[in-house]
Design a protein around this ligand. Structure first.
Ligand code: 13P
Ligand code: ZN
Length: 276
């Protein structure tokens, strides 16, 4: 199966009232783990990379690998630029083979966010690539602010973006206190935008009970980075401790680490699709 745009994954999920996991990978092992999980649970998946990886050469090198894995996969796969920082970055992501791109103008004044997002949409549409943008701001070590339903509607109408990231109470990274999602706000946004798949950023460590409620209110893409990458790091530490200073080639060392990442990703994909 070849690559898909995220529209091809998200629209059916949105209609069915389930969500697709969008997982941030950072290297070969985390990429393969996400593909293996997708095959194991027979769910589509969005593989994404942090914006900084598009600035330091890593995404350019990893995208061909992701595309090759997607061709071998029996499931639908999209490759995505997460939190794109500029038009330049969006252009690079499209050129290197992403099938969807996010432009994050959530810290800009609304009109500026609309203006750049419109350009992103134009560029992406011409290339057959799907788009995501954000209104309201999901905190990223800074101050967040929640999405207003009327602003969300105006933003989508003005930009024609395919999927909209909304701020409804999550934040990026781990929490000091468990977040409480604003389910009513999510429902109001979904009511204002019944055709638009909504995106939940900052998915790590969010109570699954709340996550499942917002999936029922328009959330069709759930971004997970921190907790997945932490599984990789913790598994690597555990394997190093087992070795106790002895040598093991890296490819063999990584096998059990990758297995733990597969299990983590598979669990998320099942939860987001209400599978047992
Ligand atoms: P977490 O790191 O909190 O899971 O957030 C992921 C995310 O929103 C990536 O865009
Ligand atoms: Zn995010």
């Amino acid at each position: 199966m070849a690559l898909y745009t995220f529209n091809e994954l998200l629209r059916p999920a949105h209609r069915e009232g389930v969500a697709v996991a969008a997982i941030n990978i950072a290297n070969y092992e985390t990429a393969v783990a996400v593909y293996e999980a997708s095959e194991q649970v027979k769910r589509p998946v969005i593989i994404q990379m942090y914006s900084r990886m598009f600035g330091n050469g890593k995404a350019e090198m990893l995208i061909p690998l992701l595309r090759k894995l997607a061709e071998k996969s029996g499931q639908m796969v999209a490759v995505h630029l997460d939190h794109g920082a500029s038009l330049e970055q969006v252009r690079d992501a499209i050129r290197w083979g992403c099938t969807s791109v996010m432009f994050d103008g959530s810290n800009l004044p609304m009109e500026e966010n609309i203006r750049i997002t419109r350009e992103v949409v134009k560029l992406a549409k011409a290339a057959g690539v799907s788009t995501e943008a954000e209104i309201g701001h999901v905190a990223m070590g800074d101050e967040g602010h929640l999405t207003e339903p009327d602003e969300a509607k105006r933003f989508v109408e003005a930009t024609e973006v395919d999927a909209l990231a909304v701020a409804i109470g999550t934040a990026h990274g781990y929490y000091k206190i468990a977040p409480k999602l604003d389910i009513e706000r999510c429902a109001a946004i979904a009511e204002a935008l019944p055709e638009t798949p909504l995106v939940l950023h900052g998915g790590s460590a969010t109570p699954m009970e709340d996550v499942k409620k917002v999936i029922r209110h328009g959330i069709a893409k759930i971004n997970i980075a921190t907790e997945f990458q932490d599984t990789f790091l913790k598994a690597a530490r555990a394997e190093l401790e087992k070795l106790d200073g002895k040598f093991l080639p890296i490819d063999r060392f990584m096998d059990p680490v990758r297995e733990k990442c597969v299990a983590h990703a598979a669990r998320l994909m099942k939860e987001f699709a209400f599978l047992e």
